[in-house]
Design a binder for this molecule. Structure first.
Ligand code: ADP
Ligand code: ASP
Ligand code: MG
Length: 454
């Protein structure tokens, strides 16, 4: 059995939906289809929520009408069967009516719980899954929408390992029930209720994670993430012109890339699948003939020491210099405990004999953190920084990589604030000024992947 996830970019238009249908119909054996909302719809739903809180009733109404129209337009133009068309449109109207009532209540209260925000976000995937199931039925491929919005066992209080293992099992049972009816389940990539809320516990791009949980729970043959590029590339093709497709990448390197800004997959999405021994493929909906990239637990003979380069902006770097760093035990522990106390995660750490620098994305608790650290250290905050991350395999076995990076960036007049090497030999991270981040990626891409090109 295959689990195949189609992202917002694949679900966004009549043309792309035709491609999705072709891909699904061409596979003759069991498959589970997981879908994201149509592109842009999750953002629109979050906008509607903000508008409701701000009491902008007209804007909320306008958004709901647009949501209805853009889904109906696709169904009207693509479906032949009047019966399926009517049932699908009725469903859209029902879901959007409920959403409208929900947003009205939020408007009256002027506040929003995490649970309510989740119910609203789920609408995007509920509509798209029903739409694709209807489109498949309409062209003779038996399919059924599988709504996971309320599928999760609510007894869990924390979104921890046990929660996800239990969730995988529930999802596997649900898809198998639909498959037993000889139908293709078209699953909402939104699933809930996730303790802590979907945005904080899983984050955007959650349908990748949903697909990985299903693939792990159902012990699928493979998990395919269908998107608008032919695999994982040497850099983001929207920023760098001469990128190359990677045939394969290790799961660790792929997770690192995703974490540091390569949006092509959700950073955690690969873990459940890889843990269950399910290979993950990144494939292009618009060029299904392309091989794609395989994400594997381990790469035996890596072709490149550096596989890909990414960057993440809007980062704050905090330098913490101890008043008495020398021979002072427990200084680092004290620092990390303070960040942990305020639930602020640290991305990159570098230390010298007298100071430690950390980068954070969320600086909302920085004042409190500085207040606690002030008695033991001098703190300097550097906002508007970026992380540039190079990932690969056995980076440190190749001598002089750091030197090559320094030379290339030095020649381009880009200064490096910090450099840090992970213990697992798969990445090197640099901190540079945010304004230099795109140029740094371009320079390093040229250095490591465009040899001989001017
Ligand atoms: P979907 O809507 O299918 O979920 P996303 O927009 O989430 O698609 O992810 C695909 C996008 O990820 C690509 O269009 C590409 O611009 C971006 N991307 C960033 N870094 C990389 C990379 N290293 N390799 C491939 N794509 C990347
Ligand atoms: N539609 C959701 C988002 O935009 C989930 C996803 O695309 O995976 O984040
Ligand atoms: Mg995505």
């Amino acid at each position: 059995m295959l689990v195949r996830k189609f992202g917002g970019s694949s679900m966004g238009s009549i043309e792309s939906l035709r491609d999705v249908i072709k891909i699904v119909k061409a596979f003759r054996s069991d498959q589970v289809v997981v879908v994201s909302a149509m592109s842009g719809i999750t953002n629109t739903l979050l906008e509607a929520t903000d508008a409701a809180i701000a009491g902008k009733r007209r804007k909320v109404k306008e958004i709901i009408l647009n949501l209805l129209n853009c889904h109906i337009e696709i169904v009207e133009k693509m479906m032949k069967s009047e019966k399926v068309k009517k049932e699908t449109i009725n469903y859209f109207e029902k879901v959007l009516n409920t959403l409208s009532g929900f947003l009205k209540a939020i408007e009256e209260l002027g506040e929003l719980s995490i649970k309510s925000r989740n119910t609203i976000m789920a609408v995007g995937e509920r509509l798209s899954a029903r739409m694709l199931a209807g489109l498949l039925e309409d062209c003779g491929h038996p399919a059924e929408q599988l709504d996971l919005e309320k599928a999760v066992n609510p007894k869990f209080k924390k979104a921890d390992h046990d929660f996800y293992i239990a969730t995988e099992k529930i999802f596997a049972q649900k898809v198998k029930k639909v498959l037993a009816k000889k139908k293709t389940p078209v699953v909402t990539g939104y699933f809930g209720w996730v303790p802590g809320g979907m945005l904080d516990s899983v984050g955007r791009g959650y349908s990748d994670y949903c697909a990985a949980l299903i693939a792990a729970g159902a012990k699928a043959e493979s998990l395919e993430i269908w998107t608008d590029v032919s695999g994982i590339l040497t850099a983001d093709p929207r920023k760098i012109p001469n990128t190359q497709i990677l045939d394969e990448i290790s799961s660790e390197a792929a997770a690192e890339l995703a974490h540091f800004g390569a949006k092509v997959i959700h950073p955690q999405s690969i873990h459940p699948a890889i843990r269950a021994g399910v290979p993950v493929w990144i494939k292009n909906t618009f060029r299904p003939q392309d091989r794609g990239t395989a994400i594997l637990h381990e790469i035996k003979n890596p072709k490149h020491v550096i596989a890909s380069i990414t960057s993440k902006k809007s980062v704050t770097s905090v330098s913490i210099a101890s008043f008495r760093m020398l021979l002072q035990y427990g200084f680092l522990a004290k620092i990390f405990n303070v960040f942990a106390k305020y639930e602020i995660s640290i991305d990159v750490v570098s230390t010298s004999e007298v100071s430690v620098s950390v980068t954070i994305e969320d600086d909302s608790k920085l004042k409190e953190i500085i207040k606690e650290l002030k008695p033991v250290a001098k703190i300097t905050v550097h906002p508007k920084k970026a992380i540039v991350c190079l990932v690969g395999s056995g980076i440190y076995k190749r001598k002089g990589v750091a030197g090559e990076i320094f030379t290339a960036l030095g020649k381009a007049d880009i200064s490096i604030d910090q450099i840090s090497q992970g213990a697992s030999e798969i990445n090197i991270t640099l901190i540079v000024d945010e304004k230099d981040a795109d140029k740094a990626v371009a320079v390093l891409h040229k250095k490591f992947f465009e040899k001989g090109k001017k």
